[in-house]
Design a protein. Structure first.
Lengths: 232, 191
């Protein structure tokens, strides 16, 4: 049996990522040594993923600007003190590792799996329903926006950014109204098919020893690295 | 304006996470299914519009529509904002998993202030709507700067919050445009 991150029960993937991020984030900012251990563990988790390194790196990138900004602000504030460079580096490494772990989760977990996990973890049903509707209709709404943009562009040569705000506001208002109308139609159609407020869930295999083992071993390894990092 | 994981104290993020889920649970009680469908659609509109970027002062900003969501849904804007943040963190790594609560509280505060402005400020409707859009961006930016300041990063992030005034003004103008359009065409939407 191959050890693949994707083979884990989605709930365990979510919990493992959350625990690993919490352990990395809670490490003392002034003690960057154990971050090498965290980096190795994160790398090992990356290696168990079907997603390639290039994809995971690509997914990690968007989180980095604020991490770099935070490290730079910390560095400038502490400039002249011995802790400036070490502290800023620790912030940058912690932020990057946390982003890398989140990238692994998002590359290996589909939106339906995430919503299923949240349901199983007893997140309120209406919230899960909002997420389900978002997952289903974001594409439709984006398409509607592209259509209304095309209509605007065919009637007006000014780029969006230079148009008076009122005109852009009207376009977004129209998008909202079309969406609200569509929501009403969808809701009526759902009612006609017997919708009573509950949402069907795809069947998933029950959690097995592999899931528990992978979760426990990974959390213990991250926990040991956190203990090595010492107290704040 | 989304806080990534690993840069604010973990305890704060944990507490904010807990508070967010309590808030979501509380505000999700007694929602009728029709309202859930509308909230879901509004969440997708918010998310889709947040993907559109506008050039501003050599950089680009995207809309949040937190103020507009506050106008339409009041306190119930919070679960919608959390849902949009889950999507943004999961699909685009904007924000983080552990810092989701901090981001939700920041953006939710923007929507809450907008709700209060919309419902209680005795001003012309277009002005109120513009203020809602403005506050929907500026309040989260100020909260973010305060959190970083309290976490030991100094006051550098207040400079960033000042830079967000331009984005907030842009959002204010657009929110006023949307609200005035809805008032003319479908006043029932703006209860």
């Amino acid at each position: 049996m191959s050890v693949r991150f994707e083979r884990l029960d989605p709930r365990f993937r979510l919990l493992l990522t959350l625990a690993a991020i919490a352990l990395v984030s809670s490490s003392p900012a002034m003690f960057p040594g154990p971050f090498g251990v965290f980096a190795v563990l994160t790398g090992l988790l990356w290696m168990t993923s079907r997603a390639g390194v290039a994809e995971l790196l690509w997914r990690t990138l968007p989180a980095l600007p604020i991490v770099v900004l935070a490290a730079a602000v910390f560095f400038l504030r502490e400039l002249g003190t011995p802790s400036a460079g070490q502290g800023a580096a620790a912030i940058a490494v912690k932020g990057a590792l946390a982003a890398a772990l989140l990238a692994l989760l998002s590359a290996s977990t589909t939106m339906p799996e995430l919503i299923w996990s949240l349901r199983k973890l007893r997140v309120p049903e209406p919230f899960c329903a909002i997420l389900t509707l978002m997952a289903r209709y974001v594409d439709v709404i984006s398409e509607e926006y592209v259509r209304s943009s095309r209509a605007r562009q065919s009637r007006c040569v000014t780029p969006l950014a230079r148009l008076p705000r009122a005109i852009v506001g009207r376009q977004f208002g129209m998008l909202f109204l079309r969406t609200a109308d569509r929501a009403e139609r969808i809701y009526q159609a759902m009612l006609s098919r017997g919708f009573t407020g509950g949402w069907p869930m795809a069947k998933q295999r029950p959690a097995a020893g592999f899931d528990y083992g992978f979760l426990v071993v990974s959390v213990i390894l991250f926990g040991v690295a956190r203990i090595l990092a010492g107290q704040r | 304006m989304h806080i990534a994981d690993g840069i604010l104290p973990t305890v704060w993020c944990g507490v904010a996470h807990g508070a967010t889920w309590v808030g979501v649970w509380k505000l999700s009680q007694e929602l009728d299914p029709a309202e859930v469908v509308r909230m879901g659609l509004l969440a997708s509109v918010t998310f889709a519009i947040s993907l559109i970027h506008f050039p501003l002062g050599g950089t680009s900003v995207h809309l949040g529509l937190y103020g507009f969501t506050g106008i339409l849904l009041g306190w119930r804007a919070f679960p919608v904002i959390v849902a949009a943040l889950v999507f943004q963190a999961f699909l685009f790594q904007h924000g983080g998993l552990l810092s989701l609560g901090m981001n939700a509280i920041n953006m939710g505060a923007g929507a809450a202030v907008s709700t209060a402005v919309w419902r209680h400020l005795p001003l012309a409707e277009s002005l109120r709507a513009a203020m809602c859009g403005f506050m929907g961006i500026l309040v989260p930016a100020l909260l973010l700067a305060t959190e970083f300041s309290l976490a030991g990063y100094g006051r550098g992030f207040y400079v960033m919050a000042v830079l967000y005034v331009g984005a907030a003004a842009l959002e204010g103008g657009l929110t006023a445009g949307i609200v005035m359009f809805l008032r003319r065409t479908r006043p029932g939407v703006l209860a």
